[in-house]
Design a protein. Sequence first.
Length: 278
Amino acid sequence: MSTTFEAVQAQYEKNQKAVNSNKFSKEDRMKKYFFTLLAKGETSGERRVRIPPTKDGSTPFQEVFFHEINVNGEWLKLYDPKQEGKRSPLNEVYDGLMLTGVESDKVLARQYRARKFFIVKVIDRDNEADGPKFWRFKNNTKKDGVFDKIYPLFKNKGDITDPKDGRDLIITLGLTTSGNGKEYTTITSIIPEDKSPLHEDPKVAEAWINDDTVWSDVYSKKSEEYLELVANGEVPKWDSEAKKFVSSTTEETTIMEPVEAEVDPQADEPSDSDQLPF
């Protein structure tokens, strides 16, 4: 029979695991997030990265599904728990709307659909001291996205992740104006440089390759209660006393109204109002 001590011990160990799962502080996590955004006032720019090899020789591009949804005026990318076999409140709303057969519901359902993203570990050549970072970009159904630009480099240049004979990538950025007049950053080209080692110091290169940080250490996964609130059209707020997310709104709604032409302002790139990984 379980004793009080065993119950307390189990609770303590559970909390220790939760604490240890927060691998980085908010400041440190920001350093692990690679993004391609032009600074205010810039109309063009470049970024230089290197994709290190994986330890097991597998593809460095992880496929992960996120919901892109506007919560209280802020665009968020919310991890879809369905890919872990868990309940997905936002998918439930999507499925429900699609089943009505009403065309307006199908339009509304689009903002609840989970979308495929790629996440790849990179070395930011302008900030090598930060170590490996993670670059998240959307799958492009028009075959003109980041992955579509990088794949031919593997095909034509060989393994660009090779630690000795791989290649850095030059990412060219440009400023584009959408149909609603909003400006956003696009990646116009990705060009490989000449062959070069991952790092001149083999020990540094080895440390980068063996770095055990994974994308989920950087991009958070929201709880079911958080996703439930968003699915109900509410704005989640952390209640420190209750130790859980609660609604910060006074009136509950079943679903949110569709956001005209702003569901995805960059078509196939992350919206520029959501550049934090949290």
